[in-house]
Design a protein around this ligand. Sequence first.
Ligand code: DO4
Ligand code: MG
Length: 285
Amino acid sequence: MKLCRFESSGSAPCIGLITDSNSVLDLTPAGICEITELLENDDPADTARKLAARQLPKLPLGSVRLLTPVEHQEVWAAGVTYLRSKKARMEESDFSASAYDRVYEAERPEIFFKSLPEKVVSPGDSVGIRADAKWNVPEPELALVINSKGRIAGFTIGNDMSSRDIEGENLLYLPQAKVYDRSCAVGPCITLGTSEAEARNWKISIQINRGGASVFSGETSVGQIKRKFEDLADFLCRSQKFSHGAVLLTGTGVVPPDNFTLASGDVVEIEISGIGTLTNNVVVV
Ligand code: DO4
Ligand code: MG
């Protein structure tokens, strides 16, 4: 079951279920106005299944604009959860390299604040690279959608846009490397009713196109994430309440070669096999 937010010919945001690759079921006539509320149910997938069985308007997927499923949730991100990310971070850093080694092995994960909900970029909109950075990359990440009780209610895709030169210069610059306008895209939908064991079989792939030609592609498997999803969610929610829930990006396992940097006009496509594809073009901010 795939839950989405969409607008259709300039309408207010509606909630829908993507029932097949071509159509979306409009849940508005069933009184569903927000995803956040639905995620609070004990079994959101079952609620979605019951809604799917009702006679509701079906729209062609191509006729709607999908919006980010993030409504009121803060977006946070875990880092150095894949061996590939640990190695890349250590290579780009100088005196702080050992911090990455240590956090990869430590019980407590690296978790950092990524975005306010209102700043999250929707599918099809532009993600940003900083005007004062020279080495910019997308980070394709599985995102946990967590409800106000701290329960993982579903999965979506996140792009943790990052400035590697700023991050590598000094660990204390991490917030500047990670948080700026258009630095976080989330979407295109939330997959419900999948267990962690099932999600671990999903593939994450990324394709970057420039002027119509591929300039980078890469792939990893969700199964390569070192930490259990429940542990990541637990650390995020320790001593901290999220009254609307939260979205937690789970880290990147795909890192382009060191001579690669994004350019304005690039198109970034991130696909996770059980979810869909998140596509954004790149602008300088
Ligand atoms: O510590 C730097 C951030 C790493 C990160 O964002 C990732 O591994 O995905
Ligand atoms: Mg990341």
